[in-house]
Design a protein around this ligand. Structure first.
Ligand SMILES: NC(=O)c1ccc[n+]([C@@H]2O[C@H](COP(=O)([O-])OP(=O)(O)OC[C@H]3O[C@@H](n4cnc5c(N)ncnc54)[C@H](O)[C@@H]3O)[C@@H](O)[C@H]2O)c1
Length: 357
């Protein structure tokens, strides 16, 4: 298979490296308008062939990977699909649900592979947690709380929500197998004009609550999700290389009262289990999965519809952030009016805490 990687900035070279490691591509092409970015990739991977124009790389390849700024995803992916080629688009799929829906529908109509680079869904640690949830080890999930913060690179075209929250959302949707029904979010633009910190609260139809904290302004890197269930609790810490998942036999049980008015809670503290996990890099699994899907025509696990659902959840959180945290319901069927990119990039109003009675 001839594979093309479009965009060779920060993330593109990782995709090239993984594609080389699969040993399944007869040729790998790269395209980037920045000569410096292209030169860096060619120095690192002499086997890669540079291509100057977008249309040329699309013409030469069977499948393409898009790792360009988010605001360019829609135009590039649409061009690829219109020319009948398979595409893996980096997260998030597009900058609006209108664009994401159009891409998902175009891929469906043309029976082409459209995959979204929700890399963490392919992580052995995330898969292990899914296994625990599916097997009922955690019981009924009550809530999840996630922190994805560090001194991150301020993106030019998207805010911190659209940069970091796609990771948490794609993981949540994969684990819970349901889409959030409503959201409330607040954020602040501390440096520059785009929000660089945000606190987002989702509610799922089953009643599960999920709190996401995303920030480009933090002294150290956190990639930590806590899951609390009726039977046990769990911490998934992606920065902990030795023990990414820890399962805690901890919880609180409400005993059936023996007499009227009697009310008793019992606290459980048992063992902590840290499962053995495969060390395979998620990105390598992701690229192999993309190549499998292109070859077999199978639907990718993180397909266009998944990408659209993540974008819908992000869009609703953005709307809430602009409305000072107002709760927004998420409609998965409605076709929203197109939102100009300039409006998407608008800073939210300063958060005004509600006055307590
Ligand atoms: N899956 C992950 O874990 C992960 C991690 C980081 C970034 N990403 C995603 O990867 C994408 C790229 O992010 P980045 O941090 O590498 O951005 P970046 O700005 O560092 O790189 C983008 C590159 O795209 C090039 N480019 C711009 N327009 C182009 C066009 N029309 N054709 C070809 N190349 C073009 C730019 O010159 C630049 O070199 C984003 O969607 C981001 O969200 C994903």
């Amino acid at each position: 298979m001839k594979l093309g990687v479009i965009g060779c900035g920060y993330w593109g070279p990782n995709l090239v490296r993984s594609a080389v490691e699969t040993n399944r591509c007869s040729q790998i092409f790269c395209c980037d308008p920045s000569p410096a970015a292209l030169a860096r990739v060619l120095r690192r991977f002499p086997c890669v062939s540079p291509v100057e124009h977008l249309d040329d790389i699309i013409h030469r390849c069977d499948a393409l990977v898009v790792a360009t700024p988010v605001s360019t995803h829609y135009d590039i992916a649409k061009r690829i699909l219109e020319r009948g080629k398979a595409v893996l688009v980096e997260k998030p799929l597009a900058i609006s649900s209108l664009q994401a829906r159009e891409l998902a529908e175009l891929a469906g109509d043309k029976d082409l592979t459209l995959m979204v680079g929700h890399t963490f869904v392919y992580s052995p640690a995330v898969r292990k947690v899914k296994e625990y949830i599916r097997d009922g080890i955690l019981g009924d999930i009550y809530f999840l709380s996630s922190s994805r913060v560090n001194l991150g690179i301020h993106q030019k075209d998207i805010d911190v929500l659209w940069d970091l929250a796609p990771h948490d959302l794609s993981i949540l949707l994969y684990w819970l197998e349901e889409n959030p029904s409503c959201v409330s979010a607040i954020g602040r633009s501390c440096v520059g004009s785009l929000p660089d910190i945000a606190s987002v609260h989702y509610r799922f139809p089953s009643g599960i609550l999920a709190n996401l904290e995303v920030s480009w302004l933090a002294p150290s890197k956190l990639r930590r999700t806590v899951l609390v269930g009726s039977r046990s609790m769990l911490i998934y810490d992606d920065t902990n290389l030795a023990e990414k998942v820890k399962l805690y036999d901890k919880g609180v049980d409400l005993r059936t009262p023996e007499s009227f008015g009697e009310y008793q809670l019992t606290y459980r503290t048992g063992e902590i289990v840290s499962p053995n996990l495969s060390a395979t890099e998620p990105l390598l699994i992701e690229i192999n999965h993309f190549l499998d899907c292109v070859e077999s025509g199978a639907q990718p696990e993180t397909d266009g519809q998944t990408g659209l659902n993540v974008v819908l959840a992000l869009e609703a959180a953005s709307n809430s952030m602009r409305s000072n945290g107002q709760v927004m319901t998420i409609d998965y069927c409605a076709v929203p009016a197109p939102m100009p990119a300039a409006e998407l990039a608008q800073a939210p109003p300063e958060f005004v805490p509600p006055t307590l009675p």
